[in-house]
Design a protein around this ligand. Structure first.
Ligand code: 0A1
Ligand code: ZN
Length: 895
């Protein structure tokens, strides 16, 4: 039984260190099991901090020597703990030399220096650097780094670190070295080292000011033919940051390295970004349109961090959203611009809306549920046990929504002015979210004090809207009331500043000019109202008839909008709302209503009937050829199960699954002619190219196949079989395969086998194959449960528990993407979950913790399921040697 608990770190405890580091000189003698790291630190007393010793952090280090100013430290001046060294030093400067030995081969946590496929790689954010050498491992310690890497030339011909290559040469015994100097100050979490057998795609570009920069993309041999798209994305990102924010690449060389074993998506180390290979490698035969999109946005995200994150970094980890929320917002804007450019003037708005819908979908599925459970935290958390648990949808996605609201409130120009001021004040510094918002406030002469509550309050605000039509004077009064539900540790909330973009739709479906009480003329057809009080009213005048409100256009704030609309009104907005986001949202709301009603029927054992008006509204969207296919694909995709389970009281995954199965089959069958003609008409001719217009068509055709297979429509299934066999690109091939698997048609098995044989050597493609089967639906209750197949797949030679991508694909695919099967009423899924979380935790706590989170919202489920989940949570909580990562998750879940 576990006794000790990781300590809780509080934001309010921040204090600057007594000593900081100004220069770091590192030497790595690489060896698989005994890498020797020699670190020379120039330390300086911080005049602004209270007096104290030099503090160094360390984890799993073997310390070979430590000298202070070239000497063994005097007796009594050094206190050594397992993870802390304190050194008393006289004077204001000191030079430390520390030699440590580490074992990269044994580093299965993939934090610090670790091995992957014969190479050496590092991951230091958040606190991995302390697993390499003793160091004050916090982001407010910013130093200049010089790094010498020495390794075996045959196995590691490429030796990389941050900054500029200043020297390289041969050494005895088949070894060689390279010396790198980073001209910029940086915190140690941005340090990186790569030593491996890699090949490179290079490109030279000029920056806006005419400086030549070398762009390099390093990958394993055999993957060069998959690097072009990432390189293009990098060049586009460079241009975009110059054009949109006046921000230029500040280094002579910018490198991206792809690695197969990586806990997260990618990492913005200064000048040496390290990427999970899945966010770099793409060619038409192996990557889907969605992969291409993700690569573009992750490359951009990491590149944008060079300014928002690296040049200006976080003072402490509580400020994580300072760099992450802002950088996600920037990458979202970038992707929207890229889509809009590709779509041309006519399609630009729709293209932007499609991107916005994508982002909203992610927010609603991942962040809203986080905000409603035991892990709910403000975008700037107040406390944590393990910082790695706070790379969350809240810090990233809700953080980006908060920046977006600032952008909305200040306007694009005001926002840009604020950004300029922020950089002019804080370049080269480690700062706080307050510093950021203050710069925006000062640049615009706007008071943002109340706005700051978004940084300190957790929970998804509810905005309740009611409308009052006054036929006598042609006015419509809109009342908006806000409230934010309690979250752990935060019972009462204050009103937030909520920008609500509003439109009013006339009976003919067109937008009405908006004229507020006291105004002379009707103005724009969409206006942003600022809700700042608990309740506020706006009176629109000059109306001939009762309007239909369209609220929160463009999803102008990360809130849940509560508005009573009957089915007819939802169908009306599905057909007419000029705001594409809201049009989509109307379809989602209608589908949600239908699905939850079906689920209630399923739970009560009643017959399931799909309401005809819904099918009609759905069919009208399906065949509206004026609508961009990408938009139609969004609007015709049902809300995710994760989102719906949050809206269900209590959450009953089996009933919801029954509803989903019934509705998809019905929509497939009833509308089979429409789906088939659409699949024919929209088939993309010619060779594959990654282009949003083509991608939109492919997405809609794949969706058609999904519905057709779900409805067991013979022609549709035959078409999917053909495409899964002979498609010329992965989007079509995998889309067809997914349709067969989710449709649970007999042909699925053979198609899965053929797919495996074709791609058995391709790890990234096999991740899709694992994930698809883990997430499979069972349409026949007599068929074998998916858990059995998951267990079988774990024994497949291509699967490995030590590769995070494989775990996310197979176990994540089951725990997160397949609630209908995971929450089997016999509790088998939960026992399996506990078993796997415990096994993973022993090797890689970060990955284990991500899997552990699949059950954090367990109290939302039916009492019968809760009774099965609790003992498994307790089993994990009580496991021997549990990591702080998993300990924090299950501890909070059970609290
Ligand atoms: N800063 C990276 C994400 C990242 C965070 C932590 C990591 O290891 C624990 C790795 C990557 C980003 O936002 O892209
Ligand atoms: Zn980031």
């Amino acid at each position: 039984m576990r006794t000790e608990q990781a300590p809780i770190i509080h934001r309010s405890d921040y204090a600057p260190l007594a000593w900081t580091v100004t220069r770091v000189d590192l030497h790595f003698a690489l060896d698989p099991q005994a890498t020797v790291v020699t670190s020379r630190l120039a330390c300086r007393r911080n005049p602004e901090a209270a007096a104290g010793p030099i503090l160094l952090d360390g984890e799993e280090l073997e310390t070979l020597s430590l000298t202070v100013n070239g000497l063994d430290p005097a007796a009594g001046t050094v206190r050594r703990g397992e993870t802390r060294i304190e050194i008393d030093v006289e004077g204001d400067e000191a030079e430390l030399e520390i030699v440590t030995r580490i074992n990269p081969q044994a580093n299965t946590a993939l934090s610090g220096l670790y091995r992957s496929r014969g190479g050496y790689f590092t991951q230091c954010e958040a606190e991995g650097f302390r697993r390499i050498t003793w160091y004050p491992d916090r982001p407010d310690v910013m130093a200049r780094f010089t790094v010498t890497v020495e390794g075996d030339k045959a196995t590691c011909p490429v030796l990389l670190s941050n900054g500029n290559l200043v020297e390289e040469g041969e050494l005895p015994d088949g070894r060689h070295y390279a010396r790198w100097e980073d001209p910029f100050l940086k915190p140690c979490y941005l340090f990186a080292l790569v030593a491996a057998d890699l090949v490179v795609l290079e490109r030279r570009e000029l920056t806006a000011s005419g400086r030549e920069v070398l762009l390099q993309l390093w990958v394993e041999k055999g993957n060069l033919d998959r690097t072009e798209h990432a390189m293009e994305s990098l060049v586009h990102s460079m241009r975009w940051d110059e054009d949109s924010f006046g921000l230029e690449l500040d280094l002579d060389r910018f490198m991206i390295v792809a690695v197969s074993d990586f806990n997260m998506g990618a990492m913005e180390n200064k000048g040496l970004n390290i990427f999970n290979a899945k966010y770099v490698l793409a060619k038409p035969d192996t990557a889907t349109d969605t992969d291409y999109e993700h690569i573009e946005s992750v490359v951009a995200h990491e590149y944008f961090h060079n300014w928002t994150g690296n040049r200006v970094t976080c003072r402490d980890w509580f400020q994580l959203t300072l760099k992450e929320g802002l950088t996600v917002f920037r990458d979202q804007q970038f992707s929207a611009d890229m889509l809009a450019n590709a779509a041309g003037a006519e399609g630009a708005d729709s293209a932007r809306a499609v991107k916005r819908i994508d982002d909203v979908r992610v927010l609603r599925a991942a962040q809203f549920s986080e905000d409603a459970g035991p892990m709910a935290h403000p975008i700037r958390p107040e406390s944590y046990q393990e910082i790695n648990n706070f790379y969350t949808a809240t810090v990233y996605e809700k953080g980006a929504e908060v920046i977006r609201m600032l952008h909305t409130l200040l306007g694009p120009e005001g926002f840009r002015n604020g950004m300029d001021l922020y950089f002019s004040y804080h370049d080269g510094q480690a700062v706080t979210c307050d510093d950021f918002v203050e710069a925006l406030s000062e640049a615009n002469g706007v008071d943002l004090d109340q706005f700051m509550r978004w940084y300190s309050q957790a929970g998804t605000p509810r905005v309740r809207a009611t409308g009052d039509w006054n036929a006598a004077d042609g006015s419509y009064t809109l009342t908006l009331a806000q409230h934010t539900p309690p979250t752990p540790g935060q019972a009462d909330k204050l009103p937030l500043v909520i920008p609500v973009a509003v439109g009013l739709i006339g009976a003919d479906g067109t937008d009405l000019p908006l004229q507020l009480d006291g105004e002379q003329h009707g103005g724009a057809t969409t206006r942003v109202l600022q809700l700042t009080e608990a309740t506020q009213q706006w009176r629109f005048t000059g109306l001939a008839a009762e309007p239909v409100p369209s609220l929160l256009r463009g999803f102008s704030a990360p809130v849940i909008l509560e508005l009573d609309e009957d089915d007819a009104r939802l169908a009306f907005r599905m057909a007419h709302d000029s705001d594409a986001c809201n049009r989509w949202d109307a379809a989602q709301r209608y589908a949600e209503r239908v699905l939850l009603a079906l689920a209630a029927d399923a739970a009560a054992g009643r017959a399931l009937n799909v309401p005809a008006p819904f099918v009609e509204a759905f069919a009208r969207l399906l065949s509206d050829e004026r609508l961009d296919p990408a938009f139609r694909a969004q609007a015709l995709t049902l809300p995710s199960e994760a989102y719906l389970l949050e809206r269900m009281e209590p959450a009953d995954p089996a009933a919801l699954r029954a509803a989903q199965i019934h509705l998809t089959a019905a929509l497939g069958k009833v509308l089979s002619d429409d789906w088939q003609s659409l699949a024919e008409a929209l088939a993309v001719p010619g060779e594959y190219r990654y282009h949003p217009a083509d991608a939109g068509r492919r997405a809609l055709v794949n969706l058609a196949l999904r519905y057709l297979a779900a409805g067991q429509v013979e022609e549709g299934v035959a078409l999917a079989v053909r495409r899964s066999e002979s498609a010329t690109n992965m989007t079509d091939r995998f889309g067809a395969l997914a349709a067969l698997v989710h449709g649970a048609v007999p042909a699925a098995q053979a198609a899965l086998g053929a797919f495996y044989r074709r791609y058995r050597e391709d790890a990234l493609v096999l991740d899709k194959w694992f994930a698809l089967q883990a997430g499979a639906w069972r349409r026949d209750p007599a068929a074998a449960p998916v858990l059995g197949r998951v267990r079988e797949l774990m024994a497949d030679p291509a699967f490995s528990l030590s590769n995070p991508n494989k775990v996310y694909a197979l176990l994540g695919g089951f725990f997160r993407a397949n609630p209908g099967e995971f929450h089997a009423v016999d509790g088998s899924g939960y026992a399996f979950w506990a078993e796997q979380v415990i096994a993973l935790d022993a090797a890689n706590p970060q990955v284990a913790s991500r899997m552990a989170r699949a059950l954090e919202n367990w109290r939302r489920f039916t009492p019968a399921l809760q009774a099965l989940i609790r003992p498994q949570l307790e089993r994990v909580r009580d496991a021997d040697g549990l990591s702080p990562d998993v300990g924090e998750i299950v501890g909070k879940a059970l609290a």
